[in-house]
Design a protein around this ligand. Sequence first.
Ligand code: CMC
Length: 432
Amino acid sequence: MEKTAQLDIAGNLYSLPIVEGTEDDKALDITRLRNDTGYITLDPGYGNTGACISSITYIDGDRGILRYRGIDIAELCERSTFMEVCYLLIYGELPTAEEFAKFKDQVLFHSLIHEDMKSFFTSYPGHAHPMAILSAMVCSLSVYHPQLMEAMQPATERDETIARLLSKVRVLAAFAYKRSVGEAFVYSRPELDYLSNFLHMMFTTPMRSYQPDPVIRKALDVLFMIHADHEQNCSTSTVRMVGSSKANLFAAISAGICALWGEWHGGANQAVIEMLEAIQRDGSNHRKYIDKAKDKNDPFRLMGFGHRVYKNYDPRASIIKKYCDEVLNHLGINDPALEIAKGLEEAALTDEYFIERKLYPNVDFYSGIMYRAMSIPTNMFTVMFALGRLPGWIAHWKEMIEEPAMKIARPRQVYTGPTQRPYVPLAQRSAK
Ligand code: CMC
């Protein structure tokens, strides 16, 4: 029998269907509430709103669990690769050897961008933020592939669009970086794997050919796997929202990149390093910054701390912390920012303010230190996050577009502006 909940509105009882997930998620289905009662639900920031039913990623924020298609993130980071995780997220299962070879070939095949696009990059000022360039370039890709613009493509063409995006966004990111440092663009080398090829396009110069370092490559693979999906976060919801109008995939991903940019979301990795540098310049007194973060009259927040969903240690942060130590040791780097970060973490985790609010280090707290050790400039950190998040965005877009009962996203509101009033001509308006 269908489970229901009773809602009592001024003595009138309404029955709401209960929806349950495979991991004990519970929801009240309110899709008919407004029609039946005239009421909507109000939830600014969507903290308590389920916008869809999804089978991609499971998070239990209280227990610090993150799983892609049922597989624990720590196990994936240890045993899988980013390319395999892309396939898993997008197509729902780990690939067979044959499926994986075909998928990798498709991605490899599309690792060039139209030559004309190079001139777009040079039109940006050298100091342009690479996230601005990346979102514009991803949207511009649609111009060069008009045949792939249709949101409702047959499955084989959709796979083609997905492979193109996965491959080309990496090229666009590397070119955006080259533009920001004023170096010549470097073309892809088809014999290299996805990540080594990306590092080659970033770091090869006319003077030096980039030599892949297995420790760095593995660490980057892990960072990308960790970033690959996080269910209905701000940027993924943006991709779904834009895609729900049947805008093409390029447009939806471009919007997701913009949403990720903000410092409360993916932009936090850049903000963390800037914060750690500021603390260092200020004498490395992390206690002072803990106090600032607690002061309600001070807008300062401890960047890389807190999360809407995790009310426990972010499982991604513990994995990154381990690799961060490994990468710095491997490269023989002694980064004072790491010491400040560890000091801040220790102080915050024993402070009543942070304990009460269940604020823990999140994915962005240590990732910037690792990117910096890999010689990736600070303004590229969020681009790295975007590259990692790409398969997640694609998987959610695909899941939504393949849903037969897909609906355009269109929330409601509670209006609190003036009630109807007449227009007053300018000459009759009195001065305030
Ligand atoms: N430093 C100090 N206080 C904080 C912080 C912080 N980083 N984060 C939350 N709080 C306080 C906040 O002031 C509020 O206190 P009170 O109850 O006294 O008003 C309480 O904790 C709850 O905060 P909230 O703003 O209601 O929580 P939220 O779920 O809306 O915000 C967040 C989540 C991530 C935007 C927020 O924790 C934050 O701004 N963190 C810093 C930015 C950051 O690291 N973002 C990256 C998130 S992980 C990457 C990703 O997946 O996007």
